[in-house]
Ligand binder design. Structure first.
Ligand SMILES: NC(=O)c1ccc[n+]([C@@H]2O[C@H](COP(=O)([O-])OP(=O)(O)OC[C@H]3O[C@@H](n4cnc5c(N)ncnc54)[C@H](OP(=O)(O)O)[C@@H]3O)[C@@H](O)[C@H]2O)c1
Length: 430
């Protein structure tokens, strides 16, 4: 069996897909009985070496990749939205199967793309779009089909987890970011990672599969840009580790989705996930709790997941069967507004060391119905202290409003005060 492949984009991931297909052709034939032949591959400015892709295969035209009649499967590894959307839908319209690692285009236009795939009967593989080398998408699409899910949480962004690991060791945010960029984990423009957008796009895709719902457009997202190494140290003093947690909960009133830097117990498995690794917990009604762990990004691990989709699609093309189950019905589930999410909170206020400050702050918190489980004064410099406050379980909206009022009160705090949820992740119930 030989299947023609067109690859749009031969950068970090695309280049590694080509390398794996070249280096592992014998193994793939032995294991899977398929020969995957690259018939066209595109680049824009960085041409891959000619020994990897000869002149007759390489092009700078995306249309040539999509339109080549020999390309039965088109692999989109461009990134971005508009051109990627054009390549994906152009290939699906021609009845070609598509594989992509692009969570941004799926989060933005997934509904239309899935509809196109359904109409054309072609396969759409996107294992590599979520959690790098962790095969969570194929587990959800193929293995956990009898599960009803109520809970998901995890670390879905390797760059920020790498940075938080360094900050845990005392490194300031700006240095941790610089190191992540130096190691190639963070882009020159790191905003998609540090502002939580990348994790939110992945959570949206996962939620669609977990809860059979159209890809939710507005996941509440709070990045790590306002975190300081002091917050991480204070959290640690209280027995918590700060992680950028993507969380989904199915409640009677709707779906509670968020990506937020969260204090989790330092003894929890997720607190031990270091560097660029990702980890995910899901809870199904039959299987109970399941944990996945692995490299969350990187050209080679991501490319390996693209190849896994390629092999699956190629084998089904031979048999004329569908490679992935098609979800016939999806149910529109409303999102619970962030204001209604409930948890205990960690708050930090930079205040002048004066009598009565704590009383003023706790009065405003009490006016919003927020009770404290503890308060600690941490000296930062001569006259300024960091006042760390932990609250009991409370409505997010009340906490956001109270902190806004405190920050707006003349002479009370310096700058805007961080508001971080505390989640004990106990039994996966919270
Ligand atoms: N890198 C990872 O660790 C990772 C992990 C998981 C998922 N992904 C996803 O995989 C996809 C590819 O990422 P990557 O890291 O491989 O990116 P990359 O290194 O920037 O490679 C992208 C490739 O596509 C080309 N390209 C980009 N936009 C184009 C356009 N509009 N027209 C024509 N060619 C274009 C680039 O050309 P130039 O060289 O000229 O820019 C390059 O060849 C993205 O969707 C990303 O989110 C990446």
């Amino acid at each position: 069996l030989s299947i023609g492949i067109g690859i749009a984009g031969t950068g970090e991931v695309g280049g590694e897909v080509v390398r794996i297909l070249r280096q592992k052709s014998g193994l793939l034939m032995q294991r899977c009985g398929v020969e995957l032949e690259i018939v066209k591959a595109s680049y824009r400015s960085r041409r891959p070496p000619p020994d990897l892709l000869p002149d007759e295969v390489i092009t700078t035209s995306l249309d040539e990749v999509v339109e080549d009649p020999r390309a039965q499967i088109v692999v989109e590894l461009l990134g971005g939205i508009d051109d990627a959307y054009r390549v994906i839908t152009g290939a699906l319209q021609r009845g070609k199967s598509v594989i992509t690692a692009n969570k941004a285009v799926l989060a933005a236009h997934g509904g239309l793309i899935f509809a196109r795939a359904r109409e054309s009967g072609a396969a759409l593989g996107f294992e590599a779009a979520v959690a790098g080398a962790i095969p969570i998408i194929s587990s959800l699409r193929n293995s956990f089909v009898a599960e009803t899910f109520h809970r998901f949480y995890g670390i879905l962004n390797g760059t920020t987890n790498f940075m938080l690991s360094r900050m845990q060791e005392g490194m300031p945010y700006s240095e941790a970011l610089r190191l992540a960029q130096e190691k190639g984990y963070a882009e020159a423009d790191p905003s998609l990672d540090v502002e939580g957008t990348d994790a939110a796009q992945k959570l949206a895709l996962l939620s669609s599969l977990l809860f059979n719902t159209p890809i939710p457009p507005n996941v509440f997202t709070q990045g790590i840009t306002d975190l300081t190494e002091n917050d991480i140290r204070y959290a640690s003093d209280l027995g918590y580790t700060v992680k950028l947690i993507a969380s989904a909960r199915r409640l009677d009133e709707g779906l509670e989705l968020s990506v937020r830097p969260t204090l989790i117990p330092s003894g929890h498995e997720l607190a031990h996930i270091q560097n660029e690794y990702n980890a995910l917990f899901i809870k199904g009604d039959n299987i109970g709790q399941s944990m996945f762990y692995g490299l969350g990004a990187g050209g080679r691990p991501t490319a390996s997941m693209v190849v896994s989709d390629l092999v699956r699609v190629a084998r089904s093309l031979e048999k004329g069967t569908s490679s992935f189950p098609v979800f016939f019905n999806s149910e529109m589930i409303p999102l619970v507004p962030i204001e209604e999410h409930r948890s205990p909170f960690y708050l930090r206020f930079g205040v002048m060391d004066q009598v009565g400050i704590l009383a003023k702050i706790s009065t405003i918190l009490a006016e919003h119905g927020i009770s404290l489980s503890g308060a600690w004064a941490k000296t930062v410099s001569n006259n300024v202290i960091s006042l760390v406050v932990a609250t009991h379980q409370t409505r997010s909206g009340d906490v956001y409003q109270a902190v806004k009022k405190i920050d707006a009160s003349e002479g009370l705090t310096s700058g805007s005060s961080p508001v971080l949820p505390i989640n004990d992740l106990r039994n996966g119930e919270k």
